[in-house]
Design a protein around this ligand. Structure first.
Ligand code: ZN
Length: 682
């Protein structure tokens, strides 16, 4: 019977509304008929559950009719789960307000961004929410505030994970913890934010009327909250049915995901069951259909969630990544994977943000004796031919300053150009060791082309003698007062904050302090140290390879490998942290970590080939451009006559010649087509 568009249908619906209580909407149903998408490609449109059907089950778990209390979602970026949180909040405000909601974000920045870009636009554009949420009224106890929204029957508190006061005072029936793996392990010695939030929920435990949703991209293996929550749960994956044989499987990054090493990537999937090939353009359709083997949904929408580790008493846990996301094309995944191969920080980002997996940081220090064996005979204080960028970093001690100067090639190869311990008093920015530091700051370092360059950036650790360091850096354009930060999800170098500079109890001005995420950078440093190059018999030095001069002594090598990664117990929760090896000092390790942060900041791993070419034209005028970007032609280049004219931009490509036997020093000078001005000692 088709009533829908007839007069009879209208009457039938009206009667139904009179005799039945208003129909209870699931969060998915509510979202589909109410929520206006706040941002992204479908911004301004009514939310469509069929576009990302994998959202529906965890979303409905947030509703009052679901028996699920707690769920955890380990996910990659760009999956649509942030919208899920917003739909869940909106449904509660409009349909089930009692008990209220607490929504947690890791930092003030993250919270403000969430409110500005997602929450406020969603409220503003969604009629049913705009009608209910009280506007912000100045100086009134009745209205909403930026972080606290009032509506009939309840309220929503939006807080940050490092605010002990908020976490200890707010009691809500529903809690949503967004980016839960980024919360600090311990708050002021009082335990983890997760434990504090759980403690506030105890009053709801007795009658079972509570809800907790954890959502996060993961961080590193052994230290990741969402990873641990996922493993403790029933581990649901979104399955699809093979078009060839109808067997269910999960799209996984691995042997079945195939692509070309360069453009066009032609990424496709070969099903594990019968080898049916699924092309990139067929992915979204398959994902949206889910699997016939999954439990059917009451509303008839597709479902693909199948628990892979079911068990009595287990909470629901979900994993979802870019392979299955309808928002990320497979070619894009292939491209990112290839680009991340030579860069540990990009590789960590790929695991976390694309695969939605925790990244394994190899924290055992490389053997310093083996590193010493591969030292190369180059001169201290000289910039190598391909060292287009130059950074310096300093670690301030009681009676001296450790300094390391590093040169960087476009493929992230690095050379230690200079190290020293500047002895002297460190209590005055204009005297003692800081004067010597100023000399290094001003110094023009000779390059291989007869020129000389100042460093591009100079980092000084402000953890000790902070205000002296702020002052020293404030007076110098290229100087960065840096401050190492713990934690696995901190960027190499973050947004600077302003600090007052106080000397002898007097404010003498304002400086900038730059946060550096040291934990991941240390892991990336060790990964780069493990790369093997020509010294180990390989044809070329790989991207990220670290070069050391013969003039570096054992103390340097002991220090740059002075820490190791180990498990640590923070109030009953296992996490991973760096520890010193015995009583080893680690000042040159700190210097290198800050140099790595500066390299990232300057764009060593993100600049385009064209940007490097511009820099190369200016700083390395006589090297063939290609040599910077493809190490392999180096051998071909060597085969040219020594008298070859310096390469110019539009030079005809040379026919490749058979590579001659490799002779290090000889090769290096021929390759440049000119005398290196004493760059090589031999
Ligand atoms: Zn099959």
């Amino acid at each position: 019977m088709q009533f829908k568009h007839t007069a009879l249908g209208v009457i039938a619906r009206a009667c139904k509304a009179l005799i039945e209580p208003p129909e209870k909407l699931t969060p998915t149903q509510w979202g589909a008929s109410n929520l206006i998408v706040p941002d992204g490609p479908r911004s301004g449109e009514l939310w469509d559950p069929d576009f990302t059907p994998y959202i529906c089950e965890p979303l409905d778990n947030m509703g009052p009719d679901s028996p699920v209390n707690k769920q955890s979602i380990k996910k990659s970026a760009q999956t649509g789960f942030t919208v899920m949180a917003i739909v869940g909040v909106g449904h509660s405000i409009d349909c089930d307000p009692a008990g209220g909601i607490m929504l947690v974000q890791p930092t003030q920045d993250a919270l403000d961004k969430f409110i500005r870009d997602k929450f406020n636009p969603a409220i503003e554009n969604t009629k049913s929410l705009k009608q209910k949420v009280a506007p912000q009224v100045a100086r009134s106890g009745e209205g909403s505030t930026t972080y606290n929204k009032r509506y009939p029957g309840g309220s929503l508190a939006m807080v940050i994970a490092n605010s002990t006061a908020s976490l200890r005072s707010i009691t809500k029936k529903r809690r949503i913890k967004d980016e839960a793996s980024e919360y600090p392990d311990d708050l002021d010695g009082q335990g983890s934010p997760h434990a504090m939030i759980a403690a506030r929920g105890i009053s709801f435990l007795a009658d079972g009327d509570w809800k907790e949703t954890n959502i996060s991209t993961p961080t590193v293996v052994g230290s990741c909250y969402i990873d641990a929550q996922f493993k403790a749960g029933d581990q649901r994956y979104w399955h699809v049915d093979c078009p060839g044989c109808r067997e269910p499987f999960v799209f996984k990054f691995g042997a079945n995901f195939k692509f070309n090493e360069s453009f066009p990537y032609q990424a496709h999937y070969v099903t594990p069951c019968c080898g049916t090939v699924i092309e990139g353009h067929e992915k979204n359709d398959l994902v949206r259909k889910g699997s016939k083997h999954a439990e059917p949904r009451a509303d008839g929408r597709p479902n693909g969630w199948i628990p892979t580790a079911p068990g009595a008493g287990k909470d629901r846990s979900y994993h979802f990544d870019a392979l299955s996301s309808t928002l990320v094309p497979w070619d894009e995944i292939a491209k990112e994977w290839i680009a991340a191969q030579t860069n540990p920080s990009a590789l960590k980002a790929f695991y976390n943000l694309t695969l939605g997996e925790a990244y394994e940081v190899k924290g055992d220090a490389p053997d310093h004796v083996r590193l010493m064996e591969r030292r190369e005979d180059y001169r201290k204080g000289y910039i190598p031919p391909r060292g287009l960028m130059l950074t310096a970093a300093a670690d301030v001690q009681m009676r001296g300053i450790y300094v390391e100067v590093v040169a960087w090639a476009p493929n992230r190869e690095s050379w230690v150009v200079f190290t020293d311990v500047l002895e002297g008093d460190t209590t005055n920015a204009n005297a003692g060791a800081f004067l010597k530091l100023a000399e290094l700051y001003d110094k023009r370092w000779p390059d291989a082309f007869g020129g000389a360059r100042q460093v591009d950036a100079f980092a000084v650790d402000s953890g000790f003698r902070s205000h002296i360091v702020y002052q020293w850096c404030r007076d110098r354009m290229l100087a960065f007062a840096v401050d190492g930060r713990d934690g696995w999800n901190k960027p190499p170098i973050g947004t600077p904050s302003l600090v007052d500079i106080d000397l002898d109890g007097k404010k003498i001005g304002t400086g900038k302090i730059w946060p550096v995420g040291t934990w991941s950078l240390k892991g990336h440093w060790y990964e780069d140290l493990r790369r093997e190059g020509a010294a180990a018999g390989h044809e070329v030095d790989p991207p990220g390879y670290c070069h050391f001069g013969t003039w570096l002594d054992e103390i340097y090598f002991r220090q740059v490998t002075a820490e190791y990664l180990a498990e640590k117990n923070v109030r009953g929760r296992k996490t991973k942290a760096w520890f010193p090896r015995g009583k080893e000092e680690n000042h040159f390790l700190d210097c290198r970590v800050y140099n790595l942060a500066l390299a990232e900041h300057l764009g060593v791993s993100s600049m385009t080939e064209d940007e490097w070419k511009i820099l190369a034209r200016e700083r390395a005028p006589t090297i063939t451009q290609g040599d910077f970007f493809a190490p392999k032609p180096l051998a071909v280049q060597v085969a040219r006559p020594v008298t070859a004219a310096p390469a110019v931009e539009n030079e005809e490509p040379q026919p490749p010649a058979a590579p001659p036997p490799r002779q290090e020093a000889q090769a290096e000078s021929n390759w440049l087509g000119r005398d290196l001005g004493g760059w090589l000692n031999r």
